[in-house]
Structure formats: C-alpha cells, structure tokens
Design a protein around this ligand. Structure first.
Ligand code: FES
Length: 164
C-alpha cells in the first residue's frame, strides 16, 4: 500500500498495526515482501530490522536492548552480538594493539543487519522496506532456503519436545 506522508506519497509500505497495540506489544514480527522483519518499540521510538541475526540466523525477537557507545543496540540471545537499532551496525569490543596500555573499547564492523524505515500515519504503523541495494550480511538468512531450514529445525525441535 502507498501512504501519504507530509503531502508526498511514500514508496510501498506494509501495515504493521495500530500504534497503541505495538507500544503495548513492544515487539512485533511480520513477514513482508519475502522477509521476516522485527519491529521494536523502545523508549518512545520505533525501529525495524531483519528478524534473523546476521551472525548465524538466530531470532532477535527476544534480544535485550542495551546502550553501547551512546547507541541503542539489540543483543542477540545466541552469541551476544551487538547490533545498533537505528543503523544495523555490528559493534565489538577489543583492545587497540597500537596503544601502550590498551583498554578494551568498542569498534564498528560496519552495517551488518538490514534496517527498515518505520512510518506513522494517523495512528497506524507501517514499515517501508530498505532500498539499500548492496549486500548486507543479514540478507543471507532471508532466502527461501534458509526459511525452509528454519522450518525443518522447528519441526525437529517440536518432535524432540514431544518425546521428552
Ligand atoms: S546468531 Fe546472533 S550472535 Fe550468533
């Protein structure tokens, strides 16, 4: 659907839900335009990003949110990778070997997780998919093949849980 924002028609956007419902839920997972997208409400702002972590594809849905280097990050539950909410930047802590007494500090790996734009129109929330054309590592986990792999794993887990 196209939405009108500030008098201009925005590119195709996907309806997520009523603003008040998303504020209550805090996190919403949606499949749109062939991607699993996680919409997050945190401290008065909305964010949207690919739902599967760029590192190994785990779901970010239940990741904690922390402020690191003045940036809000989601922390992947699986291996604790830190991803900035606004940009999708991967952050890591390391010591600079060029310093004499290096203390660990935060560095950026660059953009690793594809983020999308959240729009609010008359109390409704929409997501406009990222138009960034280059490859972003989280793209790998949005393929049909990866979706089928996740489905298979979920089925195996369900059988295992049923047997125990
Ligand atoms: S899958 Fe997210 S940190 Fe490894």
């Amino acid at each position: 659907m196209s939405v009108v924002q500030n008098g201009e028609e925005a590119p195709t956007s996907y309806f997520i839900g009523k603003k008040e419902d998303i504020i209550k839920a805090k996190r919403v997972l949606k499949f749109m335009n062939g991607r699993d997208v996680l919409v997050i409400y945190h401290e008065g702002k909305f964010y949207a990003m690919d739902a599967h972590c760029y590192h190994a594809g785990s779901s970010l849905e239940n990741g904690d949110i922390e402020e690191i280097n003045y940036k809000l990050c989601i922390v992947c539950p699986s291996h604790k990778y830190k991803i900035t909410l606004a940009e999708g930047e991967g952050l890591y802590k390391a010591r600079d070997p060029k310093e004499k007494n290096p203390t660990p500090c935060w560095f950026s790996k660059g953009i690793k997780q594809r983020v999308h734009t959240v729009l609010e129109v008359d109390g409704d929330i929409y997501v406009r998919m990222s138009e960034e054309r280059g490859w972003i590592e989280s793209d790998y986990y949005q393929s049909e093949k990866q979706r089928q792999e996740r489905q298979k794993c979920a089925e195996i887990c369900a059988v295992d849980e049923g047997e125990s």
